[in-house]
Design a protein around this ligand. Structure first.
Ligand code: FMN
Length: 182
């Protein structure tokens, strides 16, 4: 796939089914994440892959967080099912190193770039993805479960799999509304 075509026309797809990327395709996805821009060479990334039983473990973590908040049954049902919307979920974590020139914000951005790069690498190989967040990724129960502390931050759950539908058309956007010249 042409790089520009990927960047200009990619869509996220929420409905994802098996197979998930594996082998060389999964390795390429991780390698793409590891090519995120990285001020100071701090490699501020952790990727936690959930598939199979891992999806149930992720659901259990989310349920524990929702239980800690005394959530109602509708929320419990939602979080217990959430990870099963794809055959693979990669939790993307910014692992922050204290550095005088590279604030935590930049390291969070770098992890976000990694998530995007991984999604693009999935699309380039015929898979699809959807980047999700939500309040649970900031919850202490979830942070603890992933060993996230201090300035570290879960920046997203990257759902990956095989597209179950055709992507929607890319929205037309008026460049003039977004671009200014100094
Ligand atoms: C940091 C981040 C978190 C996101 N979290 C969610 C989410 O929790 N739920 C959701 O529906 N979309 C979320 N999105 C947006 C989707 O990933 C997706 O970009 C959006 O549905 C637009 O589709 P498109 O990528 O095809 O333009 C998030 C995007 C980013 C960058």
């Amino acid at each position: 796939m042409d790089a520009l075509d990927l960047l200009l026309n990619r869509r996220s797809i929420a409905r994802l089914s098996a197979p998930a990327p594996e082998g060389k395709a999964l390795e390429n996805i991780i390698r793409a994440g590891l090519r995120a821009p990285d001020h100071g060479g701090l490699t501020p990334w952790r990727f936690v892959i959930a598939q199979g039983e891992g999806l149930q473990k992720l659901a259990d973590i989310l349920v524990s967080a929702a239980t800690a908040e005394n959530s109602d049954q509708a929320v419990m049902d939602k979080v217990s099912q959430a990870p099963f919307r794809a055959p693979m979920v990669i939790t993307v974590i910014a692992k922050v190193t204290e550095h005088e020139k590279v604030p935590a914000f930049e390291q969070h951005l770098s992890a976000g770039c990694a998530a995007q790069a991984m999604q693009m690498a999935a699309v380039a190989q015929g898979f699809q993805g959807f980047w999700r967040s939500g309040k649970w990724m900031f919850h202490d129960v979830v942070r603890d479960a992933f060993g996230v502390s201090g300035d570290d931050q879960i920046v997203g759950f990257l759902y990956l799999g095989t597209p179950g539908c055709t992507p929607m058309k890319v929205p037309e956007r008026d460049l003039a509304k977004f671009v200014e010249f100094l």
